[in-house]
Write a protein that binds this ligand. Structure first.
Ligand SMILES: NC(=O)c1ccc[n+]([C@@H]2O[C@H](COP(=O)([O-])OP(=O)(O)OC[C@H]3O[C@@H](n4cnc5c(N)ncnc54)[C@H](OP(=O)(O)O)[C@@H]3O)[C@@H](O)[C@H]2O)c1
Length: 387
């Protein structure tokens, strides 16, 4: 057994911060909840892989765990959990039966905690999968099935690659669902080039990258000029969400609708990705084209939505809910690193000690791209040249 430094979230810290803020989630300071701890790693079993964690990306499920806004997951997990379900690591030890990776390989982890009979996750690793230990740690022991070799020569830096283990499979899955459902209704011969819209955020921008790579018109409605600019370089057109007051009123949604009609010559959007819900859902649904598809795997602004079913029936619109990819889908998404996924990352690479501050910045929405945390002080030679 060996020990490693790892971040933890305790139910006690969540409760203490709830009491301090009187239950007002907008006042919660996540730096009081996410804390550095020591973790005892399990022995490396025959099908296990030991990793030196190189870099991780900050993900919203940690915020959900700290806020306990969806469920009080730290409490459900017995009072303490080790979060972190997106990591890039160097293989430093393998079990006797491990075949797919060897010592020295650089791998990404996926967070499908327990595939159902179709491969989709019943639970998410380091969140609701019982006994799962996350990777905001200096070392980790995982099953061989949880790691995927990354294409080091894909043209991305190690930090850009670290943005992708969770977000790219999510975007990949959203896209194959969105396009699959649309094609069930409208064939290629009838409508070859689609108008695709997504709202701000890492998953949303990756979703548009695959739509663009497959030849469609892609639009990114975001409040961040830096993110819009970085997507414009890939031919993905920006729409300033703040010009529509982030859809605070019906008039804002109407004005957005008018703008979308102008941009698409009256056609509107065949596929819309909305990871946020809340007012973004209403805006996204209002600009669906006939036979359009609205996909989402997130509920950052609200978990509940309402809509007029008659209008959606008449327009033949499908609203689809997804979660995360199958392990095979995660491997397919990893093949597209650099070819399709060219993520915008936040300008500061946070240090391991800065994890709580990184989440505070994420909550305040001040980051200019996907936030990355460098965990390893020294990098292996294979990646030092792309750091
Ligand atoms: N099911 C899954 O497997 C899965 C996987 C990944 C993520 N998710 C969920 O999906 C959501 C987004 O994830 P992400 O990784 O894409 O997040 P992200 O990269 O942090 O992006 C979130 C974006 O939301 C936008 N935003 C923030 N506050 C807003 C507000 N008040 N109104 C409108 N937009 C606002 C911001 O974009 P702009 O400022 O640029 O507009 C921000 O960049 C989260 O809820 C996350 O938990 C689910």
């Amino acid at each position: 057994m060996s020990q490693t430094r790892a971040y933890a979230i305790t139910a006690e810290a969540v409760a203490k911060e709830r009491a301090r803020t009187g239950g007002d989630l907008t006042q919660v300071d996540v730096t009081r909840i996410i804390a550095l701890d020591t973790l005892e790693l399990r022995e490396v079993g025959p099908t296990d892989v030991k990793l030196k964690v190189l870099a991780v990306s900050a993900e919203h499920n940690i915020e959900h765990a700290a806020l306990a806004d969806t469920v009080n997951i730290a409490e459900t997990r017995g009072g303490k959990m080790y979060p972190g379900n997106s990591a890039l690591g160097e293989v430093i030890e393998i079990g006797a039966q491990v075949k797919r990776v060897k010592v020295g390989d650089i791998v990404a982890t996926h967070c499908n905690g327990e595939p159902d009979k179709y491969g989709y996750p019943l639970r998410i690793w380091a969140y609701d999968q019982p006994d799962s230990i996350g990777w905001y740690s200096e070392e980790a022991v995982v099953g061989e099935w949880q790691v995927i070799k990354v294409p080091l020569d894909c043209g991305l830096s190690i930090w850009e690659m670290a943005a992708l283990p969770l977000r790219a499979p999510t975007a990949y899955h959203l896209w194959r669902r969105g396009i699959g459902i649309y094609r069930l209704k409208v064939s290629n011969e009838r409508q070859a080039v689609l108008n695709v819209l997504s709202f701000g955020g890492g998953v949303g921008e990756l979703f548009l990258m695959i739509a663009k790579a497959e030849g469609h018109n892609a639009y990114f409605c975001s409040g961040s000029p830096e993110r819009r600019e970085s997507l414009e370089k890939l031919g993905i057109k920006g729409i300033d969400q703040k010009a529509f007051n982030r859809f605070k009123t019906k008039d804002d949604v109407k004005a957005f609708g008018k703008k979308c009609k102008e941009l698409t010559s009256g056609e509107n959007f065949h596929i819309v990705c909305d990871m946020l819900r809340g007012p973004v859902f209403d805006a996204g649904l209002s600009v669906a084209a006939r036979c359009g598809v609205n996909v989402s795997a997130g509920w950052q602004l609200s978990q509940v939505v309402t809509y007029n079913t008659t209008i959606q029936s008449v327009k033949q619109v499908t609203i689809d809910h997804t979660h995360y990819e199958t392990p095979e889908g995660c491997a397919a998404a990893t093949e597209l690193y650099g070819r399709v996924w060219k993520p915008s990352i936040h300008k500061e690479i946070y240090s391991f000690e800065d994890v709580p501050r990184c989440f505070k910045d994420m909550r305040e929405n001040t980051q200019t791209g996907i936030p990355i945390i460098r965990v390893a002080k020294t990098l292996p030679a294979s990646v030092a040249k792309i750091s």
